[in-house]
Design a protein around this ligand. Structure first.
Ligand code: SF4
Length: 984
């Protein structure tokens, strides 16, 4: 753990609990290896281990003379997308190494990537289906499990309707798995389907999409090598995305780039910075507006870029004018002179890029933070060209793809939304009628209007699922749940930890009340142990992504195909198969899979991807056929490490492509669009990955044009702004003559009497897109990006103090939003903030608590804390506390401390180790979010099924975190709450 590095010691104490049942005995590296049964030469040998235990008693050293097959897959631990080459002998994974030819990782892995083989071999995985019977875990067969679960779901449906079930999906799904899960929700009849993006980057997706079109990273890890100024704000890639740092540091060295890190905590990334800016947690907007204040004051903004490509910057100027250096320093603590220096670098030493992660997004003002970051980029003209852009580092390996494929309570796959047009589009792709889909929704005996209403209503988010179990439905203005939404009575959780959501004491209460809880995962996860459930709880062993084929989308939108390395071990099954079996039991498999190849109840991922290709026109997930993706994996060495483009001497099947065909990859696979490395890049022709800002908010507002002025992508036949393409637009331009007869027939079949309204996104022939590209135009139009996003609660971002502010004196001036209804549940943040100020909560809880990642663990941590190689590196949950705060509390480095927060039950604490450090500023504490298995000092190890308990357990920081949700996405607040710390 971090402590051992600062102290120069090797041992910490928590790992002993894996073997002794309770933490307390010291365990050094040698002892760890011995007790873990690891006899290899140590971590240095990770990349070339010769021993394995894929199947019990099958493993052994690599056998001479037996052929070794190499298979490529992608590390499942973060969104960087590093390629893993697995060596397989006799069906056993016997060795691994990082791919040297991958343009993303170039022969490197971090600790997690180097240890992925253990994910498959790990003997702490679930081995067969289990259920709780009177508090005891009991084995059952797959058939029994599916039958019992299905019967209970059908019973709940009959009594309360499909919306009484919450479907929690996973950023660990492949694209094909994510798509099937969203489709499963549609055929079951609910929009209550969500996944990890809700709690990591939902605010990024909303903020970025509302600014310039798409909710994704604009450039790539590789492209950061082109930047002259790199501002990292609210991110710690040195730990969270370690291999990405090779690109950042190369940029810094080769370009002598400025590397500015703005963060409340002096992270390991900050250690590389040329300029470190420390600010009070929760004041991102004052800091960003403080930077922009200097830019406007000195005339450093990019006036021509703004004129041509930005709407509403004048409105931003008015808000920014309030953030004088004195006010910024009063609120955020950052001196004006430092921000002036940052502003000058960012505006004048271009290209400049802004990198962010969850420090920016996990806030009650997350969407507004993201918007402010985008506006800084727009004001300085740093979008849409190499070395610029919003380089948003996503979290899990496929969180981008799972979001794209619709694991979101607000949309169908590929961001089509939930309105009737969206349902009709996917109904056509799925070959089922709109009426059939509508009939799946709504409570029993509902009429068509009620069913349509539920079908189009965004669902409940994963941040509020336990509120949806516990809250009393009301009526009128005080209703806690919207009319028609029953309390949740069942949850299906695929690939999601139970400790990643705030307010865990409330979550435990909610889980206890459910009629049915199903956890489908390689590990039991915290969901299995957090509540005191005794029955109606099922564990389904799901295999890892190394045990099945499928594609995943890295943070930069590159889609990579992972090969199955070994067959699913023990009795585990793929996501695909379990989704199919559940659909079959629930009675809609024939409809849901009518155009997907299914063999022995296992849907074929290639076939699923082809269906995605047939429907996901809006996002350009249409050109990435399985064949093209596989060709990219086979020819990784052909791609340039900076441009990601296949070199001129590359094999013909990939020549000219960008690596992984980053979306949008327009048109059909046969069109051979190369993918889009850099979004909105007018320097390239659209057939070379160029583009414009998307025209998705109309063509004018209050008499002002929203279309670009005199800006267009290279080679465009339209040399000014233009709207998105429809059949009518093609006709008006006379370009409809370029459609083939088959394309025209498809458009007219889809549109019927309203064929003119068929757009580039709903034309299943791809003809409208093809013709637009032929004339050098972006299918989605050419508009201005929006500095003023009038449809958001705060069209221009404004600072709002956190719900639990350490500065109650600022709350009246910068209050949170009024209470409101969001995602079917009432948000009472304003009431809680007012109560916190009235009760002077900040006096009793004077330390700001923030959170983040460690290099050794990932997400909720069940997989990585069950991995003996990684568990050895981080044995204890800890809290970083500033030296002065520690001294005032008589807390020594390494001792046990008790931490509590304002919403924890009276007299309850979490017990963690103290890491006394000036890494955090005075009055700020930090905890990692990967731990669980202790709950308010209760060791829950005994509650896991025998042999499946993670090696390392610890308190979850989310036991302390508190109420607070972003108004646009219901993102939770994990970066800025209050706590108290005392010696144990
Ligand atoms: Fe690469 Fe991320 Fe895996 Fe580390 S965790 S090897 S950076 S993909």
């Amino acid at each position: 753990m971090l402590i051992k590095r600062s102290e120069g010691k090797v041992s910490r104490t928590g790992l002993a609990s894996a073997f002794a049942g309770l933490s307390g005995g010291a365990m050094d590296r040698r002892g760890f290896l011995r007790k873990s049964g690891i006899v290899a030469s140590g971590l240095g040998a990770l990349g070339a281990l010769g021993a394995g235990t894929v199947k019990k008693a099958d493993a052994g050293p690599m056998q001479p003379g037996v052929a070794v097959v190499k298979r490529k897959n992608i590390c499942t631990h973060c969104s960087v997308g590093c390629t893993v080459i697995a060596e397989v002998q006799n069906g056993v994974w016997v060795g691994q190494e990082p791919a040297w030819e991958s343009p993303i990782n170039r022969g490197t892995h971090c600790a997690k990537g180097a240890a992925v083989r253990e994910l498959v071999h790990g003997d702490r995985r679930l081995k067969y289906p289990m259920k709780l019977v009177n508090g005891q875990w009991t084995r059952l067969s797959w058939d029994q499990a599916i039958n019992e679960i299905g019967d209970k779901l059908l019973d709940i449906r009959a009594k309360a309707g499909p919306d009484a079930v919450f479907l929690l999906g996973s950023a660990k799904f492949s694209n094909e798995g994510a798509y099937l899960y969203r489709k499963f929700a549609a055929f079951w009849g609910t929009n209550n389907v969500d996944h990890q993006a809700r709690i990591c980057h939902s605010t990024t997706v909303a903020g970025v999409a509302n600014t310039w079109g798409y909710g994704a990273q604009t450039n790539s890890y590789n492209d950061i090598r082109n930047a002259k100024t790199i501002l990292i704000m609210g991110g710690n890639p040195a730990e969270a995305h370690p291999v990405s740092l090779q690109h950042v540091l190369q940029g810094k060295e080769i370009n002598r780039a400025n590397l500015i890190v703005a963060d409340p905590r002096f992270t390991r990334t900050a250690a590389h910075a040329t300029e470190y800016v420390r600010f009070r947690p929760g004041t991102d907007i004052p800091v960003l507006w403080g930077i922009l204040w200097h830019i406007f004051e000195n005339g450093w903004e990019d006036k021509e870029f703004i004129r041509q490509r930005v709407y509403g910057m004048e409105d931003v100027r008015k808000e920014v004018a309030k953030w004088t250096p004195a006010e910024v320093e009063r609120v955020s603590g950052v001196p004006g002179a430092q921000l002036r220096k940052v502003a000058e670098m960012f505006a004048k030493q271009k290209p400049a890029t802004l990198v962010w992660c969850m420090g920016m997004t996990q806030k009650t003002v997350g969407t507004a933070n993201v918007r402010a970051a985008c506006i800084l980029l727009l004001a300085t003209g740093n979008v849409g060209s190499p070395g610029t852009g919003a380089n948003i580092f996503r979290g899990h390996c496929n969180v981008q793809g799972a979001t794209d494929l619709g694991l979101d309570v607000t949309t169908l796959p590929a961001y089509y939304g939930l309105d009737e047009g969206a349902w009709r589009h996917w109904g056509r792709v799925w070959d089922v009628s709109y009426e059939y889909l509508r009939g799946r929704f709504g409570p029993p005996n509902a009429d068509d209007a009620a069913r349509k209403r539920m079908m189009e209503m965004p669902g409940i988010t994963t941040t509020r699922y336990f509120d949806a179990i516990l809250l009393e439905p009301g009526s009128g203005d005080t209703a806690n749940l919207v009319a028609g939404q029953p309390n949740f009575r069942a949850m299906l959780v695929f690939g999601h930890g139970g400790n990643t959501v705030t307010r865990m004491p409330e979550a435990a209460k909610g889980l206890e009340k459910l009629d049915l809880l199903v956890v489908a995962d390689p590990h039991p996860t915290t969901f299995a142990v957090l509540a005191n459930r005794r029955d109606n709880t099922y564990l389904l062993p799901i295999c890892t992504q190394f045990e099945c084929d499928g594609s995943r989308t890295a943070s930069n939108r590159s889609v990579q195909w992972g090969q199955k390395i070994v067959e699913p071990i023990f009795e585990s099954k793929t996501d695909y198969e379990v989704i199919y079996r559940l659909a079959e039991k629930l009675g809609f498999a024939n409809e849901m899979f009518k155009n997907i190849t299914v063999k022995a109840k296992v849907p074929e991922p290639e076939s699923v991807l082809r269906e995605i290709n047939r429907g996901a026109w809006s996002t350009g997930y249409t050109g990435q056929s399985p064949e093209r993706l596989k060709a990219h994996m086979a020819n990784q060495g052909a791609f340039d490490i900076v441009t990601l483009r296949a070199k001129p001497d590359a094999p013909p099947e990939v020549r000219g492509d960008y690596y992984g065909l980053p979306w949008p990859c327009w048109g059909t696979p046969e069109l051979r669009h190369p993918g889009t490395h850099i979004l909105y890049n007018t320097n390239e022709h659209v057939m070379d990955g160029g583009g414009t800002f998307r025209a998705r908010f109309g063509v004018e507002r209050n008499g002002v044009s929203l279309l670009a002025e005199g800006s267009y992508s290279k080679g465009s036949e339209l040399t000014d702004g233009y709207p998105e393409f429809t059949y009518a637009v093609l006709k008006r331009l006379g370009w409809d003559k370029d459609l083939t007869e088959a394309e025209r027939a498809t458009i007219e079949r889809i549109g019927g009497a309203n064929a003119d309204r068929v757009s580039w996104a709903t034309d299943l022939s791809g003809g409208i897109i093809r013709v637009a590209l032929k004339h050098g135009c972006s299918p989605f139009g050419n508009a201005k990006a929006r500095a003023n996003a009038w449809n958001l609660p705060d069209p221009i971002p404004v600072h709002r103090e956190p719900i639990y502010s350490p500065r109650p004196d600022l709350v009246a001036q910068y209050p949170t939003r009024d209470n409101f209804m969001a995602h079917r549940v009432r948000n009472i943040g304003k009431t809680i903030q007012e109560r916190a100020v009235a009760n002077n909560v900040a006096r009793n809880f004077p330390i700001v608590l923030t959170s983040g990642r460690l290099v050794e663990y990932e997400g909720g941590g069940e997989e990585t804390r069950s991995n003996k190689w990684l568990a050895e590196l981080q044995q204890d949950m800890f809290i970083e506390i500033n030296t002065q705060d520690a001294a005032e509390r008589n807390i020594r480095d390494g001792q046990w401390v008790l931490v509590n927060g304002p919403e924890m039950p009276q007299g309850k604490f979490i017990r963690v180790k103290a890491l006394v450090t000036d890494r955090v500023g005075r009055g700020v504490a930090f905890m990692p979010f990967h731990f669980a298995g202790w709950f308010m000092q209760e060791d829950q190890r005994r509650k896991y099924p025998a042999g499946t308990d993670p090696i390392v357990l610890g308190e979850s920081m989310n036991t302390v975190t508190t109420y607070g949700f972003d108004p646009v996405t219901s993102m939770q607040e994990t970066k800025c709450t209050l706590c108290q710390i005392r010696a144990a």
